[in-house]
Every structure is written in structure tokens, then in C-alpha cells.
Ligand binder design. Structure first.
Ligand SMILES: O=C(O)CCC(=O)C(=O)O
Ligand SMILES: [Fe+2]
Length: 355
């Protein structure tokens, strides 16, 4: 288990670049020091301020692979922040109701003093803030984010424990797309520590006013130690990572390629070859979207084999999960590749890294 370094803002301004380069998680203290946000570190004060802000909430933070189809029809409700916590306290709402990964409401964004982000991020205009509200006992199941962006997650009020695990550990995490089948939420404290040792994981409990840097592609799990409000500032990704994220169906092969892209230059030639292969396969003609899906999937298998992520040992083992995956393949191929017969090609020459 590795503890995450904590930096005061002045040190962070100087050192943050090194953390990004070495893909090392870090916590920054006082990013919003002196701004209005700092007055909201007390939960009730924040709740008063934003009591009438409308949120989109749903049951369960994220969905797992077996509930993929439910999730596609996941019902979002609109509710005010004050009423949201009230209903959880009265048990009128399920305790796992959350306002999750949705672009932050404009009244909250208005209070964010985005110019403070310029202390760490070059291009503030490209930052997208997401707002998270959830009650004590809630959690975000272990996953990684398929947008492959950098994240600065600012804890407004309440405490949350973060676990981060780098993509070289994926083979131990029973991955199913960007979800792990490992349920840290059900672990005892001793299980938890043993597991973190096994995967060389990072952990820290954020206090109000803390910001954690999560490198792109990292697995993360979050436990709500108290009622909590936070904002995730998502920004910055290479053109290539953007293409993989938006054009191709999610897979740990892509997670690993994007991770390796930021690695030492001498390991990159094989990685770049895989990227070129993927784009060439993407641009071919197919008879339907399922064929395109399967051809891309075969390349993913080759990439996983190269990195020793053995898909056949352990995961997708349960028969119901296999059955579910037949449906999933249909859904996903339609979702990603239904325009297989259109002029939808990726122009590799527009990607500097492949040049
Ligand atoms: O804090 C949470 O509930 C989850 C955070 C998360 O997954 C993210 O910021 O990407
Ligand atoms: Fe996430």
C-alpha cells in the first residue's frame, strides 16, 4: 500500500508537473484558499447555500456489467440538493442515491472560482466540472474512466477515502470493460489492506478543502466516510486518447495503450503500432456493425495478450455473465459502429504522434 503525498499549494505549483509526468497521484491542500468555496467546508453551510440547486440523481452511482441493460434505462430524478439529503435522512430515498458524474449545475459552477484552477492547469477553458453529492456509507465501485482525462477532484465538504490503482495491475482486478468485479465496498479493513498491498494501490482520506490528482486510466474506488459534496475537474487528453475514447468500444486493452502512451519513449514503438493497427481496422469496410465490433475485439485480444492481461483466466466466467455479454455485444456494436457503412474514417495523418 502506498500513501499519497500531500502538497501545500505553493509547492504544488512548482511540483505538479512532475506528478503528471510520472503519473503519480498527489493531494493538494488549499487549492481554493481565500475563495468563496473555502467557506463551504462545513456541510450545513454548503447545504444552505445550494439547498435549491436542482440535481439529477439516480439509484446507484454506477452500474455493473450484469445490470448494463437496466442502466441504459436508468431513471434519473430531478430533485433539489436540500431535499435530496432530507429524503435520504428520512429513508424516503435509497441510501445509495447519488448525484453522480453529471456536469455541475450552473449555480454551483458560478461559485467555483475557476481561475484558481489556472494555478495547476494550463488551459482552464477545457476543464469540465462534474458535481458529486452522496451520503455517508455510499461508495463508487472500483472502475476507471473511459474518457482518459486528467482529474482534479476537489472535496468541498465531508470526508471521502480514495483508492487508486495503476493499469499495470489490471490483470488482478477481474475487469469487465471499465468495471472491476472486485467489490472493495464489501471488504473488511484487513481485507482492504491486504488487497491494497497485492495491487500496490494508493490510498488517502480527503478532508474538506483537499484536491486529489487522479492520473488518466487509473482505477479508482471511493468510500463516502461522511455526507459529502465534491467537484471533479476533468481536463486534458491527447488527440489519440480522445479518438480511442469516443470511436472505439471500451476495453482494458485501450486503457493500457493510453497508459503506455505516457510511458518511456523506448517502449512506445510497439504501442504506436497497435494504435495504427486499430485505426486501419476501424477504417475497413464491414458487412455490419457486429463484424466491425468482432474484428476490433480480436485486435484487443492480441493487445491484451501482449501485456499479459489474460482475459480467459477468471473473468467472464459465470454463465449468466457470459449470456449477458451476448446481449452486450449486440448493444455495444450497435452503439459504437452502427455507421459502419458511412464515410466514417479516422484520419491517421491528423494525429501528430503517429506521424
Ligand atoms: O467521488 C465519487 O463518487 C466518484 C468519483 C469518480 O469516479 C470520478 O471523479 O471519476
Ligand atoms: Fe470515475
Amino acid at each position: 500500500m502506498r500513501n499519497i503525498n500531500q502538497l501545500h499549494l505553493n509547492d504544488a505549483k512548482k511540483q505538479f508537473g512532475n506528478y503528471i509526468k510520472s503519473r503519480t497521484p498527489v493531494v493538494i491542500k488549499g487549492l481554493f484558499a481565500g475563495s468563496f468555496l473555502e467557506q463551504l467546508t462545513d456541510f450545513n453551510t454548503a447545504l444552505d447555500r445550494w439547498s435549491n440547486v436542482q440535481l439529477s440523481v439516480c439509484n446507484e452511482h454506477f452500474y455493473d456489467v450484469q445490470r448494463y441493460e437496466d442502466a441504459c434505462t436508468q431513471v434519473y430524478q430531478t430533485v433539489c440538493l436540500g431535499e435530496f439529503f432530507q429524503k435520504i435522512r428520512e429513508k424516503a430515498f435509497h441510501p445509495r442515491m447519488l448525484s453522480s458524474a453529471r456536469v455541475a449545475p450552473k449555480d454551483i459552477v458560478a461559485d467555483l472560482n475557476m481561475e484558481h484552477m489556472a494555478l495547476l492547469v494550463d488551459d482552464v477553458a477545457e476543464i469540465r466540472p462534474y458535481f458529486f453529492a452522496g451520503a455517508k456509507g455510499n461508495f463508487a465501485h472500483l472502475h476507471y474512466d473511459g474518457d482518459y482525462k486528467h482529474v482534479l477532484h476537489y472535496q468541498i465538504c465531508g470526508r471521502k477515502t480514495f483508492v487508486l490503482i495503476d493499469p499495470t495491475q489490471t490483470r488482478k482486478l477481474l475487469p469487465s470493460r471499465n468495471w472491476s468485479c472486485v467489490s472493495l465496498e464489501n471488504f473488511t479493513l484487513s481485507d482492504f489492506h491486504t488487497f491494497l498491498d497485492m495491487v500496490d494501490g494508493w490510498t488517502i482520506t480527503l478532508e474538506p478543502g483537499d484536491t486529489i490528482y487522479m492520473p488518466p486510466t487509473f482505477w479508482h474506488y471511493v468510500a463516502y466516510e461522511e455526507d459529502s459534496l465534491s467537484v471533479a475537474f476533468r481536463y486534458g487528453r491527447s488527440k489519440l486518447a480522445g479518438i480511442l475514447s469516443t470511436k472505439f468500444h471500451e476495453d482494458v486493452a485501450l486503457q493500457r495503450l493510453v497508459y503506455e502512451l505516457g510511458g518511456p519513449v523506448d517502449t512506445r514503438s510497439e504501442v504506436l503500432r497497435f494504435f495504427k493497427d486499430l485505426i486501419e481496422i476501424y477504417n475497413r469496410q464491414y458487412q455490419d456493425s457486429l463484424h466491425k465490433f468482432h474484428t476490433i475485439d480480436a485486435k484487443y485480444r492480441e493487445i491484451r495478450a501482449y501485456f499479459g492481461i489474460d482475459i480467459n483466466s477468471g473473468y467472464f466466467f459465470a454463465p449468466d455473465v457470459i449470456a449477458e455479454n451476448t446481449n452486450l455485444r449486440m448493444l455495444r456494436s450497435g452503439y459504437y459502429y452502427s455507421d459502419f457503412d458511412k464515410e466514417n474514417v479516422i484520419d491517421a495523418s491528423s494525429i501528430p504522434m503517429l506521424g
